[in-house]
Design a protein around this ligand. Sequence first.
Ligand SMILES: [Zn+2]
Length: 314
Amino acid sequence: MPGSSVKSLCDDESFSSLVMRGVLDAPAAQTFYDEIKDYTLEGDPDFDHAYTQSGSAPVYDRIKPNDCWIIPHTVSDFVCMQCLASSLKEYHALRFMKAWRQVAQPFCKSHNKLLDSFPARNSDLMNFLVQKPSSLRTTLPESILQMIACTARKIYEDLIETMHFECPAAAQKRFSSFRFLLELFLHAQSDSGGIASFYMSAPRSRNSRWQPFSWQSSFQTGAVISNALERACAIIMYHAISSDASQISIAPITSQISGFGYHYPITPESIGSLSRLVMSEVNPAVTARLHSYSEILNCSSYQRFLRGFHHDKC
Ligand SMILES: [Zn+2]
């Protein structure tokens, strides 16, 4: 369609991306208003309160329990470089998608790839083409990362489909267990990430200034500062402990990553015992939450995970 290039909205574009492109300041054009009239801000993750918070506030001040589990763009941008390249080529503009900021979607659905970290936003739009994005903190080759992305995507879509057939209360409880366990696997530690970061990621640099003031903030902050690989790994671990059929579906990953210096077995017992070991102390509230999910995650894998959590050894 002629004249629709730069100003065009695409379905999934985030509001901050739209603003950054200056579309709302553009001269009024009939075609633009035709396009924007059906664009709703309701449910737009850019409109959670995190968007309006100051960029200088500590990370944990920006993460509130009622957030819709979106990575604030003040923390980081995760992007699919192939989608950005296509967007530049087709529309001569960078379009940042809403879905890229969701903790539970660390993959690009179009390209079946893990998202990359985007360098600090720069007015030089071509910058990203020559500058390698920051690392996913891994030594795994691209082919295995793609396998991990595809597995995480399949698991996530299966989970959503399962919830579609459940009554709303059961679906809410299942999603609650999913979110809580992902946060447990990703939670921020004083000098490392949660267990998802040492299952498949390279070590982080030590940050001794980090002093989480409660386990909740530590869990939630870990979920938003983790990279796409760690989030994908957490989704795969959720599958490993929530489905008795999981060991077959994740076997290809387990066999591939062990050749690259990653030696932790992705079994319910080891996920449970490692989750316990990396916590400075076991909070009774965490234990109670884990036990309450036995009802909805009603399988032997989850019982094995709980046994591992209480026995402290792999
Ligand atoms: Zn893509």
